[in-house]
Design a protein. Structure first.
Length: 272
């Protein structure tokens, strides 16, 4: 499927009906990575329309020459969200670079974002990055890209990487990402903090961007209703099903009774 966002045709897939849930992937992949992570969590849970776009320059969304900065990408995502949700309030999930954009979307249009989840988000100026080490597996399977990125190196992880990540990597427009990367910092927000329910999930073994400490501006200063669970997860959602479950609107519980399910969501997640 495609939706017009300004001059850009944004490719996306969606599943289910109900309240929109917009899920933004990180850099160097496409919608398939978060889709593989979150769809098993949503299985059997009604009431959510999950929307997975390909960000500009990745997957099947072309980044034209005129798209030259993170601000341009942000404008595209805001236009896309308006188009696919018909202006209704939506839940917003972002991983890595997608989390960077998701936080900015909530800050720019807080009335449109009913709840925000940031999974190992990219943050400017905050890096506490451990050295890469294998925490599970022999470290001898897969290619160099796999071994240098993942800290969980099991045959199952390799199969998921080859199925959901590697095919997306070959579609990346490296020239477009380099062009955007030259102006990757978004303008500082000089407006009230996003006050909606916010969940930040930090992976304890992420080496890509590091784990920001609780006193950073992402938490209580910028998102006063935030929760900050830290999981034994890695940076990639492909290898972190617990991370996906903790950051989904369904939380860690599900019920066949709609009222009970709604109460559980409000107890355990950011989606109320």
């Amino acid at each position: 499927m495609e939706a017009r966002a300004g001059e850009i045709a944004v490719h996306y897939v969606e599943h289910g009906v109900g309240r929109p849930v917009l899920v933004l992937h990180g850099a160097g992949v496409d919608h398939r990575e978060p889709e593989a992570c979150f769809e098993p969590v949503f299985a059997g849970v009604a009431g959510f329309r999950r929307i997975y776009p390909d960000l500009p320059g990745m997957g099947r969304t072309v980044a034209p020459d005129g798209l030259r900065s993170a601000e341009d990408v942000l404008d595209t995502l805001l236009d896309f969200a308006e188009e696919v949700t018909d202006g209704t309030a939506y839940l917003l999930i972002g991983h890595s670079a997608g989390g960077y954009y998701a936080q900015a979307m909530a800050a720019r249009l807080p009335g449109q974002v009913a709840g925000l989840a940031l999974v190992c988000p990219l943050l400017p100026g905050v890096r506490d990055v451990p050295e890469h080490r294998v925490v599970f597996g022999s470290g001898e399977i897969g290619d160099d890209d796999f071994r240098s990125y993942f800290v969980v190196q099991s045959p199952e992880m390799l199969e998921r990487h080859e199925r959901y990540v590697a095919p997306a990597a070959v579609l990346v427009d490296q020239g477009a990402l380099e062009r955007i990367g030259e102006r990757w910092e978004l303008a500082p927000e000089h407006r009230p903090a996003y006050a909606g329910p916010t969940l930040v999930v930090a992976g304890g073994w992420t080496r890509q961007w590091g784990t920001p400490p609780p006193q950073t501006s992402l938490t209580t200063t910028r998102t006063p209703r935030s929760r900050w669970p830290k999981t034994r997860a890695t940076h990639s959602p492909t290898s972190s099903p617990t991370c996906c479950a903790r950051s989904s609107p369904t939380g860690s519980r599900a019920s066949s009774d709609p009222a009970e399910a709604a109460q559980a969501r409000c107890r355990t997640s950011w989606a109320c």
